[in-house]
Design a protein around this ligand. Structure first.
Ligand SMILES: O=P(O)(O)OC[C@H]1O[C@H](OP(=O)(O)OP(=O)(O)O)[C@H](O)[C@@H]1O
Ligand code: HPA
Ligand SMILES: [Mg+2]
Length: 179
């Protein structure tokens, strides 16, 4: 596994500090708003768990699973809802928790869905942002790290469902997806 990684960008300790800092900021910004915190599966599962532990305010959580990459390093362009929310978002302050924004397609689709369901507000927190990948204009409200133009894995992010369990974020060797 580790031999498939070209370079570690941020290690476990660095990510831990970044997530705690974002959690503290979100606690201040969402105090008394009882946000509905939505984890975008599968990629955001580790970030979500660590982030909500760093938020010491009343909040609720729910999960949505979407998929557009499959076993590729490029978005298929078609965002598919694999699992929808269990609760209505109408009138709620919604906080979307994403692992990465790349083309922006997943989030622009999700924001549209949640706004049409009459959420009171929709805010986006992403741990990683890759602005070089954008095909639609989109900016997150909270960004942990801005990444270079490379396919990354770890801390929830996969290539063909593998590497999600790496505790750090790193660049995958191109020979892994070119072989
Ligand atoms: O900005 P975009 O180009 O849309 O890319 C970002 C999305 O792609 C990944 O999900 P993926 O579809 O791979 O599903 P997964 O989370 O189950 O891996 C990632 O977790 C984001 O949700
Ligand atoms: O760089 C990436 N790595 C893993 N999953 C992704 N989904 C969008 N971009 C990426
Ligand atoms: Mg994926």
């Amino acid at each position: 596994m580790l031999s498939d990684i070209q370079e570690i960008l941020y290690d476990e300790e660095q990510i831990r500090h970044k997530v705690i800092e974002m959690g503290r900021q979100l606690s201040r910004d969402f105090k008394d708003r009882n946000p509905l915190v939505i984890c975008i599966l599968k990629g955001a599962f580790i970030f979500m768990a660590d982030l909500v532990k760093a938020m010491d305010i009343p909040l609720e959580i729910d999960f949505m699973a979407v998929s557009s990459y499959g076993a590729s390093t490029k978005s298929s362009g078609v965002v598919k809802i694999v699992k929808d929310l269990d609760v209505p978002v109408e009138g709620r302050d919604v906080l979307i928790v994403e692992d990465i924004i790349d083309s922006g397609l997943t989030l622009s689709y999700l924001i549209d869905v949640l706004e049409r369901r009459n959420a009171k507000s929709v805010t986006v927190a992403t741990l990683f942002d890759k602005p070089s990948g954008r095909t639609v204009e989109l900016e997150a409200d909270y960004v942990g790290y801005t990444l270079p133009d490379a396919f990354v894995v770890g801390y929830g992010l996969d290539y063909a469902e593998k590497y999600r369990n790496l505790p750090f974020i790193g660049i995958l060797k191109p020979e892994v997806y070119n072989r």
